[in-house]
Ligand binder design. Sequence first.
Ligand code: DGP
Length: 121
Amino acid sequence: MSYAYDDTNIFAMILRGDIPNATVTETDHSLAFRDINPQAPVHVLLIPKGAYVTIDDFAANASVEETADFWATFASIIESEGLAPGGFRVISNAGEHGLQEVPHFHLHILGGRSLGPILTG
Ligand code: DGP
C-alpha cells in the first residue's frame, strides 16, 4: 500500500526545527526525543527522518540505509536509557484502528516501571 504523507504533521515540524523537542539521540536518518505526555518514567519516541506514515510504510519503502540506521538507533536508546535489565515495551500505533494521532511513523519506547497489560481498550 502507498501512503500520502502530510508534511504539516507535528513530527515533520519537529524535524524541520519549527518546534523544539527534548532530543535523546539523532543520526543521519533517525531522531529520538521524549514524548510530551509521558506514560512511563521512560517514554521515548523514535522516528525516521524520511517521510513515512506508518510502520508498514517504513518496512515496505525505507532504504537499507534508513532501516539499518533506525534499528541501530533503537538499540542505542535501549542501552543509553538502561532499559534492557528491567525490560520495556515498544508500541507503534497505525491508522484509524491503531488510534495513531501523528501520521509520521514512530515507535513509542516505554519503560522504567512495570507496564501492566498490553491492552485495556
Ligand atoms: P500516536 O497516538 O502513536 O500517534 O502518539 C503520538 C504521540 O506524540 C503522543 O504520545 C504524544 C506525542 N506528541 C504529540 N505532539 C508532540 C510534540 O509536540 N512533542 C512531543 N515531544 N511529543 C508529542
